[in-house]
Design a protein around this ligand. Structure first.
Ligand SMILES: [Zn+2]
Ligand SMILES: [Zn+2]
Length: 150
């Protein structure tokens, strides 16, 4: 007998609710102890943690989950990595870029407002997909600009 893991410990370790861990374990059809709480050995505990490893960071992420397409600030559509507009475009055309030519985005050297993408001027959110770059100058301008009166 090696490790002994309770659901509570696994949930804390995975950063998810006990209910989610329990539900998943239950769905695996693993033999449940006749009495008392679930006690999982190291092997099963590892499977549980692996299962929740992918979802846990998404839940605890603080950064806004915006579209993974460069220069798009729209929120992501549900569990997609892109916004609704880009999701639809990709579903329709197979790609998120408006133009043809796959590496058009990464070859750009300036943001849509003409600020150069230098190492000081670009930044990434940890949630950004791929190599998406964001223009810091635009970001600062946006956050300091008064809202237009409708
Ligand atoms: Zn988008
Ligand atoms: Zn810019």
């Amino acid at each position: 007998m090696t490790g002994e893991w309770t659901i509570r410990e696994l949930a804390r370790e995975a950063g998810v609710s006990r209910k989610s861990v329990w539900a998943w374990i239950d769905a695996q059809g693993w033999e449940r102890p006749a009495s008392g709480p679930w006690i999982l050995d190291d092997e099963r505990a590892r499977l549980v943690l692996e299962r929740f490893e992918q979802t846990a960071p998404l839940r605890t992420r603080r950064e806004p989950t915006v579209c993974g397409v460069e220069d798009c600030e729209r929120p992501r559509a549900g569990l997609q990595d892109v916004c609704t507009m880009h999701y639809k475009r990709r579903a329709r055309t197979g790609r998120t870029e408006r133009s043809s030519g796959g590496d058009w985005q990464t070859r750009k050297t300036h943001c849509p407002q003409g600020h150069e993408y230098t190492s000081e001027n670009i930044y990434h959110f940890p949630s950004d997909a791929g190599t998406r770059r964001r223009c810091r100058t635009c970001r600062i301008a946006q956050s300091s600009r008064p809202r237009p009166i409708a």
